[in-house]
Write a new protein. Structure first.
Length: 198
């Protein structure tokens, strides 16, 4: 059967009502509209409002360049201050033989707290939420990750210690010093210095 327009511009089927609100009094429709829209408006505002950034721990003890030199490899890490977003870093490991590897990393707000986000070889980041943090030390853990499940950074004077591990092993550790320090590889002194300016 055909259809005709109701007085308020809604289509009313002769055999039934296409839009039930078309039969409501105008005042009833006006009364229902705010109540119906309120949850939608609240959800839209929540989606548009940025999540508050949690209070940043003091990670300044990690900043700068660090190098670890052993007979097997040379590893370097560089950490930059990203303000309220924490730290942004890159790590490069050059073995004495074999192919070098790299990792992008961030220490940043994550799900209401702080986390270490690791991107080995530029892969999608894996989050390790911070589970402990004291002066010049931080622990990040992700039990769901195969290896590592725990990442620990600790500063001791002019030395930075980094450890990755699983509760049941294995454990890998790095001891970093500033690039200007002399370190030893295979019995030879290796000094990391910036190139001379022209």
């Amino acid at each position: 059967m055909g259809a005709e327009r109701g007085r308020v511009g809604r289509r009313v089927n002769r055999g039934g009502v296409t839009n039930r609100r078309a039969l409501l009094p105008e005042a009833g429709r006006r009364a229902q509209t705010p109540a119906m829209l309120a949850p939608l408006l609240a959800a839209a505002l929540a989606a548009q409002s940025p999540a508050p950034v949690p209070q940043a721990p003091d990670f300044r003890w990690m900043l700068g360049g660090w190098v670890s030199c052993t007979p097997e490899r040379v590893a370097e890490e560089h950490w930059l201050d990203a303000g309220a977003l924490g730290l942004a870093g890159v790590a490069v490991t050059r073995p004495r033989s074999g192919t070098a590897s790299f990792e992008f990393a961030r220490v940043t707000p994550h799900q209401g707290g702080w986390a270490f986000l690791a991107s080995p070889g530029g892969a999608p980041p894996v989050a390790f939420p911070m589970t402990a943090g004291v002066a010049e030390s931080a622990t990040f853990e992700n039990p769901a990750n195969d290896f590592p499940k725990r990442i620990v950074y600790r500063r001791s004077g002019e030395t930075l210690h980094a450890t990755i591990s699983n509760p049941d092993g294995p454990t890998l550790s790095w001891t970093y010093v500033r690039p200007g320090s002399a370190t030893t590889c295979n019995g030879t002194e290796r000094r990391h210095e910036p190139p001379a300016l022209p």
